[in-house]
Write a protein that binds this ligand. Structure first.
Ligand SMILES: [Zn+2]
Length: 167
């Protein structure tokens, strides 16, 4: 699946779980994280050295497994424990989506093979239909999911105006 598809899924899932903007950021980044081993992924293009370090195990291997999810969860557990659930949710959403594609996901790496529902290739019709579903969900519940955040942003602007009045 494309980075944009994973990102959109991460944002919607996170917004359904938490009202915290940091939580949504953590969940959305977690949904992109497994592809950090691919040199062309959304995150790797920002930090090009990482795919060469993690890619040592091969692409779509360690980062696309439960072991990878566990290893990446350790720093979150230590430094951002309140976002652990949302991090794992975002991360596993990536593995589930990739399981639908023909390439599959090696959930049990380093043992076993890749599991795949063989529904199509990345970027194919399956992904197109999925994006349409996300769009429908987003437009039906987006207002509700993000209303708390919209209120928070309105609050910040009101505060800014208040400070402008002070000075
Ligand atoms: Zn992936």
């Amino acid at each position: 699946m494309n980075g944009a598809t994973h990102l959109a899924t991460g944002i919607l899932l996170s917004a359904a779980i938490t009202t915290s903007p940091i939580g949504i950021a953590v969940g959305s980044l977690a949904a992109l994280l497994p592809d950090i081993d691919e040199p062309n992924s959304m995150l790797s293009r920002k930090i090009p050295i990482i795919p060469y370090i993690i890619g040592f195990f091969g692409h779509r291997q360690l980062t696309h497994s439960l072991l990878g999810a566990f290893l990446f969860s350790i720093p979150i557990f230590i430094w951002l424990p309140e976002y652990l659930i949302i991090f794992i949710t975002g991360y596993l959403s990536h593995l589930l989506l990739d399981t639908m594609t023909n390439m599959g996901t090696p959930w049990l790496f380093p043992v076993g093979r890749s599991f795949s529902l063989k529904l199509g290739v990345s970027g194919g019709w399956l992904e197109g239909i999925y994006i349409v579903c996300l769009f429908v969900i987003g437009s039906l519940w987006g207002q509700e999911l993000f209303s708390v955040h919209i209120e928070a942003i309105k609050g910040w602007f009101l505060e800014l105006q208040y400070f402008r009045f002070l000075f």
